[in-house]
Design a protein around this ligand. Structure first.
Ligand SMILES: [Mn+2]
Length: 447
């Protein structure tokens, strides 16, 4: 047990920083806070599991400058390991520049599958079967894998499945033997990956079902590392398994800040404590912005919005509503902004419902209303015989006489049906009269 305690290592795990000019305040503030906490907690190592930037950044971008400053602060405190995230975010080749952040300790970047060992305070790439002498920590890395490499070998239709199989095979076949050796030698082990675990939940609460994802929990556990640190999904979540006093944990810290409306849950990062046979982590919340979503089915209810305004001070508020296109102009967007004037941002997103119209060519050239209605009936599959008559009634008679006429029609129809049944069945349906239809007083209206 003493040996286990002696070999424990404290690791800060950050992910999905998404630095960009648009995200600068959020990413900058949250990551600065996280780095400060990690330093004051005295972590031995820092790992960033991908998506450091939101997209390709110019070398002189203020966002990249701020990110490099924070990596430098980390590297002045401990060794740093950075994993390739989604290519759209960590643009191919961008990772290499983080090594030049400077600092007392090395910053290593990994964009290929493989293992990295921490010797003292230096990172070394490790091959299967390498000696574990002097190794403080063994990290198996599964960065974003280029799917196009797989397409050529297995064909497009098998790529999704093949990806999972290839990675699971890799973890079990290549990483596991070295991790088991490390466990026997008392060396803590980590797997770092960027991708989706089947069955995980997105930040919007959507379960990622199916098998076309990079990772399965079983595949990750099969790597036999103690801690599995993941990036890609922006919602914090974790899993654990204990077999024969060997505890494995898998966790996403989630994104460092809140970058989109509708993202649920707290934002933060993890500080792990990892031994050769067990691990644990603590979630540390970052001061991510508060984003509020209001959704109206129809025009926004201004009185209700006014009641909410006090709780929206300093928040990012999105107001969404769906109205008929004809009514769009009647929604006063300025009034919404005024009601929520103390919010940090108000985003108004109308959804216009466009009514479906069917063309009825030639209708405008017909001389009389009756003919127009008849044409309309044809193209909308209505019964012209009854509709045209009704339209003529509308034009020539008053409401009371139209109603009386209708009631008379209904009674006549009911009596006709009743007579027919009597003829058919040979006996009377004695209660099938006017009053049964709820129009007892109707006769009084008849002319
Ligand atoms: Mn991401």
């Amino acid at each position: 047990m003493k040996k286990e305690e002696a070999r424990r290592i404290k690791v800060a795990h950050f992910s999905d920083l998404h630095f960009s000019i648009g995200n600068l305040l959020e990413a900058g503030g949250c990551f600065h806070h996280a780095v400060s906490v990690a330093i004051s907690e005295g972590v031995d190592v820092a790992i960033i599991s991908g998506d450091l930037t939101d997209h390709k950044q110019d070398a002189h971008s203020a966002a990249l400058h701020k990110l490099m400053q924070e990596i430098r602060r980390l590297a002045d405190h401990c060794p740093v390991l950075i994993l390739q995230g989604t290519f759209l975010h960590d643009y191919p080749g961008m990772l290499a520049i983080y090594r030049f952040a400077g600092g007392k300790y090395p910053v290593e970047t990994v964009d290929k599958i493989g293992q990295v060992a921490l010797m003292g305070t230096q990172w070394r790439f490790a091959a299967p079967g390498d000696s574990l002498d002097g190794v403080r920590l063994l990290v198996s890395c599964v960065p974003t894998v280029n799917k196009s490499d797989l397409v050529s070998s297995v064909g497009v239709e098998h790529v999704a499945q093949a990806m999972g199989d290839v990675l699971a095979g890799l973890m079990q076949g290549v990483f596991a033997p070295q991790n088991l050796a490390a466990r026997a030698a008392g060396v803590p082990t980590i797997t770092v990956g960027h991708g989706t675990v089947s069955g995980s939940l997105t930040e919007h609460g959507v379960p990622m079902a199916g098998k076309d994802h990079e990772f399965s929990l079983g595949g990750l556990y099969a790597a036999q590392s103690t801690a599995t640190m993941l990036g890609h999904i922006h919602r914090h979540q974790s899993w654990e398994r204990e077999i024969e006093r060997f505890t494995q944990r898998v966790a996403y810290p989630g994104s460092i800040g809140r970058f989109h409306y509708g993202e649920e849950g707290k934002k933060g990062f993890l500080i792990w404590s990892i031994g050769p046979r067990s691990c644990d982590f603590e979630f540390h919340e970052t001061p991510a912005r508060v984003m509020v979503d209001f959704l109206f089915d129809g025009k926004p209810d201004m009185d209700w919005l006014e009641q909410q305004s006090a709780s929206c001070v300093g928040s990012f508020v999105r107001v969404r509503y769906s109205v008929d296109a004809e009514l769009a102009a009647t929604v006063d967007k300025q009034a919404i902004e005024q009601v929520l004037a103390e919010a940090a941002e108000v985003r108004i997103e109308p959804k216009l419902l466009v009514s479906q119209r069917q063309r009825c060519s030639g209708i405008s050239t017909l001389p009389t209303l009756a003919e127009k209605v008849e044409k309309w009936c044809e193209s909308t599959e209505n019964e012209a015989a009854s509709v045209v008559g009704r339209v003529q009634q509308l034009a020539t008679r008053d409401a009371k006489s139209i109603a009386a006429n209708l009631i008379k029609e209904i009674i006549n129809e009911a009596q006709r049906v009743s007579r027919e049944r009597r003829d058919d069945d040979g006996h009377a349906l004695d209660r099938f009269e006017g009053p049964e239809l709820g129009i007892a007083g109707g006769a009084g209206l008849a002319q």
